[in-house]
Write a protein that binds this ligand. Sequence first.
Ligand code: Z2T
Length: 821
Amino acid sequence: MIPAPCDLGNSTESLKNSIINHVRFTLGAYVESASQNDWWVATCLAIRDRVMDHATKSRTIHRQSGVRRVHYLSLEYLMGRLLENNLRNSGLYDVTKQALSEMGKDLDELLESEPDMGLGNGGLGRLAACFMDSLSTVNLPAIGYGIHYEFGLFRQEFINGRQVEHPDAWMRDGSPWKIARPSYRQSIQLYGRVVQKFDDYGRPHYEWVETKQLLGLPWDIPIVGYDSHTVNVLRLWQAQADEDFNFQVFNEGSYVEALRDKAIAETVSKVLYPNDSTENGKELRLVQQYFFVACSLADIVRRFKVGYTLPWSEFPSKAAIQLNDTHPAVAIPELMRILVDLEGLEWEEAWDICQKTFSYTNHTLLPEALEMWSVSLFERVLPRHLQIIYEINQRFLEQDVEGKWPGDNEKKRSLSLIEERGGRYVRMANLSVLGSHATNGVAALHTRLLCERLFADFYALYPDRFLNLTNGITFRRWLDVCNPELSALITEAIGKDWKKDAALLRNLDPYADDPAFRARYAQIKRGHKAKLAEVIQAECGVTVSPDALFDVQIKRLHEYKRQHLNLLNIVTMYREILDNPDADFHPRVFIFGAKAAPGYFLAKNIIHAINAVAAKVNNDPRVGDKLKVVFLPNYRVSLAEKIIPAADLSEQISTAGKEASGTGNMKLALNGSLTIGTLDGANVEIEEEVGSENIFIFGLTVEEVTALKAKGYNPWDYYWANKKLRDTIDWISSDYFTGNAEEFLPLRRSLLDHGDPYLCLADYQPYVDAQAKVDAAYKDKDHWMKMAILNTARVGKFSSDRTILEYAEKVWHLPQVVVND
Ligand code: Z2T
């Protein structure tokens, strides 16, 4: 007889019991003297207990029904905090708050004490996190695979206005959300060499020998969907040394040496590389990629073998594998290796299985972000995989390319998996397109440019492989959790079904004309601005008025995102205030949040420049309340959740053609912030949805950018033609802001001497003009609120539920499987 498990009911009493049990028996503390952290851990565990059964049940139902599952492979998951999200999604928020309060504890305080799980850089990693939420919510069978980094994205501090990085020890004290799965540990190989052998019929096969071994220990994190019993898992691999391997060394008495090897092996999952959209070609990064890919594929193959007795040709009918950019693209030769070398399949059959299994999402057109591994490095780390890539390439060039363009060596050169000019490199993007059945861009414009530019020749060869799947965001975290007041107001007006069917937000449209609704909407916005003002006071020591216009640019720091264009406008406004103290514009607070890659010199110079301008502006008595500039340090998911509901204006000002999609643009619009933006990425589709009268579009289009560059762009022309622009740039590069005229010379030089690669000067005047329109519009508060409401009402398209259902239908061919209670 198996006794019933302990009480996992959803009443206040049950929750109290669970939490107290964890305080006493899991943490070994007295209720009377338990620390804040003890209460937080105990609360997480009480929720986890209620979730885990659903995870087990979901897994069982997915296995028993034999449906296809999607495996999302990503080097990054920017999860943020989990407790509040899990409480809101599972419907346990109110009862948990009550249970804690009856024990003298404040839930909100506990929520604030959770460290962010920051295992990602920016948009790509946050997208993976939103997708995990949607997959569980819409009942799709899915597993997320990634790396269990000991250190996530660095913590940022400003010292004298300059960025300083600190390690992010997010799980120094462990994490209550993850569960080790030692029985699913994997062992993988690296380095070594390949030997050719022959079978009895003289046919060659290949063995990978004298390799180093690495173990992967999986940690599972349950992913709770909104109002659904599907709980998928995120499975993250931690690198461990293969202890047995070192026994000879132990025996020789080199005990300490052996442990040093162990430490080296464990560096593989030590830290997230902090580059957003630039590659660095480091060996450790390639090892990280292969490590997690090999562990994940072995796990998928294990599940296929124990679950079914099916021929390999049925593998794709059980497993879809999505490559989140090219970072996990080594999965393609790895699956070929498994099928051909280990399972003995013929090449053609293995290749067919590969293409049916994989699909690939491209996230950028920036040339510096396209992954290329030097052939010599690749050969050293993954010798057999390089051979397989050569074989794939040879067949491709001789059959498909030669078939379509006979004798055309130029086409072969451009399509080859190997770049041959200036050293030999493996082109991971080409490998990804070739090894999969679908390649998607992340916004309509981005996909068009992929087909017309980056992958033009591939598109000519395989037009049916390309499709657009515009990004989305989870409306639970980015509205329900971060803005519960607005969520409640919406629900009061149109019912709660919008949380699962975001298109229903359109029913809010008529409320934009309802004065009472507008007033309440405005009041909610004001409340968030007052709270953010407190955060700004605490973090930056700057007092800002919640009545000012909150103008927000929050995203990684990148030249193409043009934080420096924003800065040019700020300095222009500053001059105008000094020149014309009676100028009538509405007080404004410019709010920045951004991390720069630690090795990105110019990005760091821009951060310093913004901080230096902020210090002057904020302390200049001639400016008063008219203008404030704040750069909130350590931008991260939990800080975004505080900024976004408080924003009035959303800066989406990348050079047209450079931002693949953007997702912050969607989060801000959803929370009633109006966009000032270029026709880039998903901004184009946001304009289509909200209407051009509810957005401030400015600047060059993609076609105009191309034409301008073709005719020869010279930033000096704009500099000499526009006195305001000239004065602005000269002022920044004077000694006014820091006492040292050299300080921002790198910024000045990039804008002038180095050709202003992102066309800040060309877009300067249109941007300043658009900002003047923003100012005029904000003066009509009532009309502004109407526009804000219409933004909330009309961005339902950008729910990641819609995105994920499109993936399921068009790429993965997955059924929705409802898990009952
Ligand atoms: C990233 O966050 C993005 C693209 C990358 O290309 C790498 C990283 Cl880390 C390799 C971003 C895009 O810049 C952004 O436009 C997009 O919205 C986001 O991915 C999600 O698709």
